[in-house]
Design a protein around this ligand. Structure first.
Ligand SMILES: N[C@@H](CCC(=O)N[C@@H](CS)C(=O)NCC(=O)O)C(=O)O
Length: 237
């Protein structure tokens, strides 16, 4: 089993947290994102979407972190509470995974991550979008009233949401006014130290590259304008 991943990539991190939880041995293939390794033709043969993470399980290739996590659970932990079988519970987990990808991580990635690599601003509108997503997340936590995202058991939705949250923590965005989000996040760290250690490592890398942006001279992106200046705006908020 191989996971093509980038050490600070939130979707890759969510998959690695699950692999740790399931205690599945796997090989990490670290993709050199800053050199654009994910954009080359060789990688595109494996993953036409040219992104990470990408799973290779005995010749079976799968991208999209949600699909990868669902596959791991279905194949290796069919009866586990990590991806509950009850249709309503499973629908809620699926919903939060979609919410994370489309809204929460959408906002967080654009604000926290994209400006480190691409020539996009980290501006007030981006922060507003992050706050709106946090507000929605707070409402979902209130609606459920559980310890974790959808139940009192940890699920793959927690891994995905924690992977997004660590990006906010890495760049110093305050989220303490969202008391349930704060409580859930701190509780996750306390109760799931093994999986949190995976996210914490990714967070440290993000913290570092946020303060000291990487050399991107080898990155020739077909879509995004690559950031040129190193001394741009990367201070802890
Ligand atoms: N929809 C994909 C998105 C994964 C994603 O955004 N990966 C980023 C790294 S964190 C990436 O590979 N981006 C490609 C690029 O910016 O060229 C998933 O959920 O797995």
């Amino acid at each position: 089993m191989k996971l093509y991943s980038v050490e600070d990539s939130p979707p890759s991190t969510a998959c690695r947290m699950l692999l740790k939880y399931l205690k599945i041995p796997f090989e990490v293939v670290e993709v050199d994102f800053f050199a654009g390794e994910h954009l080359n033709e060789e990688y595109a043969e494996l993953n036409p979407q040219r992104d990470v993470p990408l799973l290779e399980d005995n010749g079976f290739f799968l991208s999209e972190h949600i699909a990868i996590m669902q596959y791991f659970c279905d194949k290796y932990a069919a009866d586990s509470t990590i991806y509950p079988r009850d249709p309503t519970q499973r629908a809620l987990v699926n919903h939060r995974l979609c919410f994370n990808m489309a809204h929460f991580y959408g906002a967080v990635g654009a604000y926290a991550l994209a400006p480190i690599i691409y020539d996009y601003p980290r501006d007030a509108l981006g922060l507003k979008r992050v706050n709106m997503a946090l507000e929605v997340f707070e409402k979902y936590l209130k609606r459920m009233g559980k310890k974790f995202v959808v139940s009192n058991n940890v699920t793959i939705a927690d891994f995905a949401m924690v992977s997004s949250m660590m990006c906010l923590e890495a760049i110093g965005v305050a989220f303490d006014k969202y008391s349930l989000v704060q409580k859930w996040y701190e509780n996750f760290k306390q109760e799931r130290p093994d999986e949190w250690s995976v996210a914490k490592e990714a967070m440290k890398v993000l913290e570092e590259i946020n303060l000291r942006p990487p050399d991107l001279s080898k990155l020739n992106h077909p879509i995004h304008p690559v950031r040129k200046a190193v001394e741009c705006c990367m201070t802890k908020r």
